[in-house]
Write a protein that binds this ligand. Structure first.
Ligand code: NAD
Length: 496
């Protein structure tokens, strides 16, 4: 891949023209994975031009032709599933068991889902709504989509962006995060192997401020689909407004985990540790704030502390490792600074709260961390840390538990733990989030929508619902009277 460059444009690898390189670092030990060339604004022009050229034919391919190509893509990815897992772990520091059992198979399943969904895109049935015209509704592609993705699940985020876009007949220019572009480039290469025409999927590896902003302002791009932090999402909306692009935003989260006093305590403890530590906590839906009804509070905190202390932190290529490093030293230091400030304001750190020393000091590791005695309005409760840190707070009444769960700017995901159907139904209605789990936290499927409320963004990834973002609806109205002078003309000139 590297000898031909790190941009994938019009069906081939190319060198970026920014005149700069970027080192992709393995966060487990600071070693160099690869030095990549960076794209500049000229590459954005070239990639958008290729996507514009490809769109007319791809948009007119039959649903069956598109589905066939996507099935071939799933097969091509499956053929090198282990390579995807190894590269994902090397660039992002994920435990290999997570890459092998979650990221890669989840991504391939997503491709297969959209192969099927491509054949189920339809407008509403036709009818004569005014008696004199037959109405048809067409669902059409938007055109060229510019997508910008984050580093936490590089392959899954690329697939979540690319698949609904191309299944619906759009073409795409994807900009993965600078830290983790390699599996997105592999995906683009596999698209070509699968017979997806040149120019349908283009990947540009470059800086957000340069390549990202050039995509956001490019007149050839009709829609922007962005996954990342809320502040950058605000910038995306602002820049996209200049050319009135459609915007789809999947932003930050600060998921609450609400434990009522009738919950299965052991299940809640296991769920809290798994839900907060997945991907080293670098998951927009990770459990970050546990609210526990007073009668269970002490036992929950003790149980989580005991279980967290057993989590195996270490080399992500070792199949027995539970928790790998954070994606970068910068991200690790940011998480450490949040915990240090909480500690300075009187929080108690019951587990972790530091970077491990010894052999792990070479990587950007941070210990699983449990924090209590914090105020609801403190930054560690209100802001997204994106690290392996869980805070626990008590509550008394059910209404208070729900109100605390809703008391941040975010609304991406949440869970409620109870054996009472009334409490479960009320929590699922009253928590303002795009997903509410009952008695679990994290599972995600290709068939169901994912997306935020409030400052977590709008629009849906995954499922048939994503086609609402990636298609536009056209009303076709056909006169069936054949009259020269239509009845309604009398309201403009003459009489009946
Ligand atoms: P980020 O916002 O810093 O960067 C995301 C992407 O935006 C990167 O590709 C980056 O290069 C690009 N970018 C940065 N500045 C830009 C600019 N001015 N113009 C255009 N593009 C720009 O986020 P991150 O640190 O890569 O990822 C972590 C964030 O992503 C967290 O906030 C997390 O919650 C969020 N996230 C959300 C979801 C979701 O589905 N809601 C999923 C995964 C991650």
């Amino acid at each position: 891949m590297s000898e031909h460059g790190h941009q994938y444009i019009d069906g081939a690898f190319r060198r970026g023209t920014a005149g700069e390189n970027h080192d992709i670092i393995n966060p487990a030990d600071g070693s160099l994975v690869v030095t990549a060339d960076l794209a500049g604004p000229q590459d954005v022009d070239t990639a958008v031009a290729a996507a514009v050229r490809a769109q007319a034919d791809w948009g007119r391919a039959t649903p069956g032709e598109r589905a066939g190509a996507l099935n071939a893509l799933a097969a091509a990815m499956n053929d090198r599933a282990e390579d995807y897992a190894q590269v994902e772990t090397a660039q992002a520091g994920k435990p290999i068991k997570l890459s092998r059992e979650f990221d890669v198979p989840g991504s391939i399943d997503n491709v297969s889902f959209y192969a099927g969904a491509a054949r189920n895109l339809e407008g509403k049935a036709s009818a004569e709504y005014d008696g004199t015209h037959t109405s048809l509704v067409r669902r059409e592609p938007v055109g060229v989509v510019g997508s910008i993705a984050p580093w936490n699940y590089p392959l899954q985020m690329a697939v979540w962006k690319v698949l609904p876009a191309i299944a619906a007949g759009n073409t795409i220019v994807l900009k993965p995060a600078e830290l983790t572009p390699l599996t997105s480039l592999m995906l683009a290469e596999d698209c070509t192997k699968a017979g997806i025409p040149d120019g349908v999927v283009n990947v540009l590896m470059g800086a957000g401020r340069v390549v990202g902003e050039a995509l956001l302002t490019h007149p050839g791009v009709r829609m922007v689909s962005f996954t990342g932090s809320t502040p950058v999402g605000q910038r995306v909306m602002e820049l996209a407004s200049k050319t009135v692009k459609r915007v789809h935003l999947e932003l930050g989260g600060k998921a609450p985990f609400v434990v009522f006093d009738d919950a299965d305590l052991d299940a809640a403890i296991q769920g809290a540790v798994a839900g907060s530590l997945i991907n080293s906590g670098q998951d927009c839906t990770a459990a970050t704030r546990a609210y526990v009804q007073r009668p269970l509070y002490d036992a929950f905190v003790q149980g989580v502390a005991d279980l967290m202390s057993t989590v195996r932190v270490g080399d992500p290529t070792d199949p027995s490792t539970d928790l790998g490093p954070l994606v970068s030293v910068r991200q690790r230091d940011s998480v450490a600074a949040y915990v240090d400030r909480a500690r300075a304001y009187g929080a108690k750190i019951l587990v972790g709260g530091q970077a491990p020393g010894g052999a792990l000091a070479v990587g950007s590791y941070y210990e699983p961390t449990l924090v209590v005695d914090v105020a609801q309005d403190s930054e560690i409760v209100q802001q997204e840390l994106f690290g392996p840190v869980l805070v626990v707070l008590p509550f008394d009444t059910d209404d208070e538990g729900i109100a605390l769960a809703n008391d941040t700017p975010f609304g991406l995901a949440a869970s409620a733990w109870t054996r009472d159907i009334v409490r479960a139904m009320r929590a699922s209605r009253d928590i303002a989030a795009g997903c509410v789990w009952i008695n679990d936290h994290i599972p995600i499927v290709s068939d169901m929508p994912h997306g935020g409320y409030k400052a977590s963004g709008f629009g849906k990834d995954l499922s048939q619902y994503s086609f609402d973002e990636y298609t536009q609806v056209k009303h076709v109205s056909i006169d069936i009277t054949g009259d020269v002078r239509k009845d309604w003309h009398r309201t403009i000139f003459g009489d009946r």
